[in-house]
Design a binder for this molecule. Structure first.
Ligand code: TRP
Length: 366
């Protein structure tokens, strides 16, 4: 396939405000990729159609969260003059592609998709899985291929999705001829950044557990959440030796801190290793570590908060960014759709050769 452009596509389900786990695991990286100048096109999708696969009975929730996610994107530093932010459901080509790709995927293959498997469990869908939810990996392959994406920045949990997409691309191209581009996943660099636990130390930040720090939280809320974070239940007195495993404060420091933060806020330590050593030896209190983390987080979040405040002043302009982004995305998807239809031989009216050949066949038969 002739395609030398480097194209990014990624997205999020609009089911809630984005938190610092999303930020460190993906948003921050997207901003870096945006500013790297290495990519010809970047598409960031608000995956409302996918969100509806398990929230079909709550459309208002999805509708309300479109603007929340858009504000989070813009405040995190995504720049609409460099990236294309759009809304999935408004591009009908994506559903059209999903329908044709579904011929190329078996039920048993979907059943084996580890992401689908674990999400079915999480949602207690075992006994009655909605077909739309079950087949969302196919729709995700449509999202990726519609934009001829070469690079898909995602969390580790999404790797089976990219695998499934590659299989669809391979099968499509081998049956219908080289048409679609094979994407590669791009996963977070460091483990703590890829999997930020909740403030309560639980595996994942989740709205229902109330253990998230949101990008839109104000300074005071962030501080309160950090000062009450889960650390080490055995570390009762400052002099007790502390443990790092499962200690959320240290996992956050792994994800967010660098040497410069030590110079700035905690010059009595060289780096994180020294701080960890002191903690495990005993003699270092949680409050001191939490205050350090709070300084780092406030520094990271302050510019995000500022940008959010300015975008919040003009919400119609934010919808306009989404509308323009969607229009531009639709043009690209329409081109791919035309390629797919031609490859699948369902481009009847665009194919003068077909009409001519059929006509000759019947003239001869006369
Ligand atoms: N499934 C992704 C999530 O849970 C969202 C998403 C939808 C996506 N389509 C995509 C991500 C295509 C990457 C590529 O957040």
């Amino acid at each position: 396939m002739e395609n030398k452009q480097k194209i990014i596509l990624t997205g999020d389900r609009p089911t809630g405000r984005l938190h610092i786990g999303h930020y460190i695991g993906s948003l921050k990286r997207r901003v870096e990729l945006q500013n790297s100048g290495e990519f010809d096109k970047i598409f960031i999708m608000i995956a409302d159609a996918q969100a509806l696969t398990d929230n079909f009975d709550n459309p208002e929730k999805v509708r309300q969260n479109i603007i929340e996610v858009a504000l989070d994107y813009l405040s995190a530093g995504l720049d609409p003059s460099k990236v294309n932010i759009f809304i999935q459901s408004q591009i009908s080509e994506l559903t059209e592609l999903t329908f044709f790709y579904s011929n190329l995927v078996t039920v048993s293959r979907l059943q084996r998709n580890p992401t689908v498997k674990s999400e079915i469990q999480m949602r207690n869908f075992e006994t009655s899985i909605p077909v739309g939810f079950f087949t969302y990996p196919i729709s995700q392959a449509a999202d990726i291929t519609a934009f001829k994406a070469t690079t898909v920045p995602v969390g580790e949990d999404q790797l089976p999705m990219i695998e499934q997409c590659k299989e669809i691309v391979h099968k499509f191209n081998s049956i219908y001829g080289e048409t679609l581009v094979t994407p590669e996943a791009l996963v977070p660099k460091n483990e703590a950044q890829g999997r930020l636990p909740g403030t309560d130390g639980k595996q994942k930040m989740s709205k229902s557990l109330g253990n998230c720090i949101y990008l839109s939280d104000d300074e005071k809320t962030v501080k309160t959440k950090i000062m009450s974070m889960y650390t080490d239940p055995l570390h009762l007195q400052v002099s007790d030796p502390g443990h790092l495993e499962g200690n959320a404060v240290f996992t956050y420091l792994d994800a967010f801190s660098d040497k410069r933060h030590f110079e700035e806020y905690l010059p009595e330590y060289q780096d994180l290793q020294e701080l960890k050593d002191h903690y495990t030896r005993g003699g270092l209190g949680d409050v001191k570590v939490k205050k350090f983390l709070n300084n780092i987080m406030q520094e990271e979040l302050a510019p995000i908060r500022e940008r959010r405040a300015s975008y919040e002043k003009d919400i119609p302009a934010v919808y306009d960014i989404l509308k323009k982004g969607t229009e531009a995305a639709r043009e690209v998807a329409a081109q791919t759709m035309a390629d797919v239809k031609a490859a699948m031989k369902i481009n009847y009216f665009d194919d003068a050769e077909l009409i001519k050949a059929q006509s000759e066949k019947y003239q001869r038969a006369e």
